[in-house]
Design a protein around this ligand. Structure first.
Ligand SMILES: *Cc1c(COP(=O)(O)O)cnc(C)c1O
Length: 457
């Protein structure tokens, strides 16, 4: 096919934005094991969760019955500002790789916050506002979630308090500026605004903070401030539910051009984008129809699916959250400081974990950082889009799969998730470019430490 016959971007129209999210739990053969209250080891209830989370989001968290959950009109309205997101046929990449494979990617980096996280931020801010709350509180590490939430809170007229890991706030001042521009109040964590923050500062005055500490501060702030609730940008069932919009749109767009993927590839940190991208195709698999092979890609420096244990664990380093049954490296596991590529969470969404455990997600691969950046730079140069380091894990495996097709002559159709833009990750690209980027893969002995501390359930 000559380049002039090709269609690079397959756009749905605003009218095609789905009217309901898809709740994969309704179709799973084995639901994930219940989330437990760590004080009692009993399954959590809406009453347990509602002092911390918004009421409607608690219900969504525990809903395994409703296959489709209607997207409120106000949420669809904000989705229209940047959705449907484009599905792109990567012709230049196919040509560069000389592969017979067809490569598609769903690009979620086109909004100002720069990633798919906005899809859930909008829903969570909407339900908080609908409940009559004054504001929401969260933590952010790299800053994508905080940026997305600040946009959503500005739109719905909600206060936002963000505890940002101190080193990230120093390393990523532009992320902080985005959040503040959208009206959020950003506090470096640990801070003197919470009891836990003051305690940590007293013990470790020089600390740069950690995500676990920021979560603890955000939860404490939410439960001690009237009219505030805590919100989280990945891992939870509700977040995967909201992200199903990615897969629903991707499937509809592929249908427009008469395509269906043989392979679906997504990067996996907490599991929300992959859970979202695969949703509509996973439904086919669970119904026993023809379905793609699913591949999850994680960093070799934080390998929860490939080297973790399927066990109950806390979702935070501070060990204050409920217990979830998931693939985990242990709540105290912290990836090496020279890991620049995101996807740093020690566990994996319970939905993804169960689907992987049951073989519905076919494969997980762990990739080292420099190989991921090799793929990112190759992709940027041929496709003209600077990818987020997280997304580049999926790019790496998409390229590997396309090269295999070149060798076998098979013309597979590959779909991967391009979850975000790399504009805010230029410090990592600078390290890669000047050769100072390193790879660190934890040893078995290092992993054993985190796993030894798993709670006994
Ligand atoms: C947060 C983030 C991820 C990883 O989170 P998941 O919940 O696993 O999707 C991936 N890509 C980008 C661009 C992100 O911001």
């Amino acid at each position: 096919m000559s380049p002039k016959d090709t269609q690079y971007k397959i756009y749905l129209t605003e009218k095609d934005i789905p009217e309901a999210w898809y709740n994969v739990r309704a179709d799973m053969k084995t639901d994930h094991r219940p989330i437990l209250n760590p004080a009692t080891n009993q399954p959590v209830t809406v009453a347990d969760l509602s002092p911390v989370f918004c009421e409607e989001l608690c219900k969504q968290e525990l809903n395994s019955a409703d296959r489709y959950i209607e997207i409120p009109d106000a949420v669809r309205e904000m989705y229209r500002m940047y959705r449907p997101s484009p599905l792109v046929r990567a012709y230049p990449l196919e040509r560069a790789l000389k592969t017979p494979a067809k490569i598609y990617y769903k690009f979620e980096g086109g909004n100002t916050s720069g990633s798919h996280k906005l899809n859930s931020a909008i829903a969570q801010a909407y339900y908080a506002k609908a409940q009559g709350l004054k504001g929401v509180v969260t933590e952010t590490g790299a800053g994508q979630w905080g940026s997305a939430l600040s946009m959503a809170c500005a739109y719905f007229g909600l206060d936002l308090k963000v505890f940002m890991v101190k080193v990230s706030a120093q390393q990523k001042p532009y992320r902080k500026a985005v959040m503040e521009t959208f009206g959020a109040s950003v506090t470096s964590s640990p801070s003197d605004e919470t009891q836990i923050g003051r305690k940590i500062l007293a013990e470790y005055p020089e600390t740069g903070g950690s995500l676990g500490c920021a979560i603890s501060e955000a939860v404490e702030y939410a439960v001690t401030h009237e009219g505030y609730r805590y919100v989280l940008g990945s891992v939870l069932n509700q977040v995967l539910l909201h992200q199903s919009i990615i897969g629903l749109e991707a499937k509809a767009a592929m249908e427009l051009v008469g395509e269906y993927p043989d392979v679906v590839i997504g990067c996996a940190g907490g599991g929300s984008n992959l859970g979202g991208l695969m949703s509509a195709f996973m439904k086919d698999k669970l119904e026993g129809k023809t379905a793609p092979k699913f591949i999850a890609v994680e960093p070799a420096s934080c390998p929860s699916l490939t080297r973790g244990r399927f066990a109950y664990d806390f979702c935070d380093t501070g060990k204050i959250t409920p217990l979830a049954k998931m693939y985990t490296l242990g709540a105290t596991f912290i990836p090496s400081a020279n890991h620049a590529g995101g996807l740093r969470f020690h566990g994996m969404a319970p939905i993804l974990s169960q689907l992987y455990h049951d073989g519905y997600i076919d494969e997980a691969r762990a990739e080292t950082q420099r190989a991921v950046f090799d793929a990112a730079v190759y992709f940027a140069r041929v496709e003209g889009t600077l990818p987020a380091p997280e997304s580049s894990h999926a790019i790496k495996v998409a390229i590997d799969e396309a090269v295999k097709c070149r060798e076998s002559g098979e013309a597979k159709t590959i779909l991967f998730g391009l979850t975000g833009t790399g504009y805010f990750d230029l410090a990592a690209y600078m390290q890669y470019n000047d050769g100072s980027m390193t790879d660190t893969v934890p040893t078995d002995a290092e992993l054993a430490k985190g796993l030894a501390e798993l709670p006994k359930v």
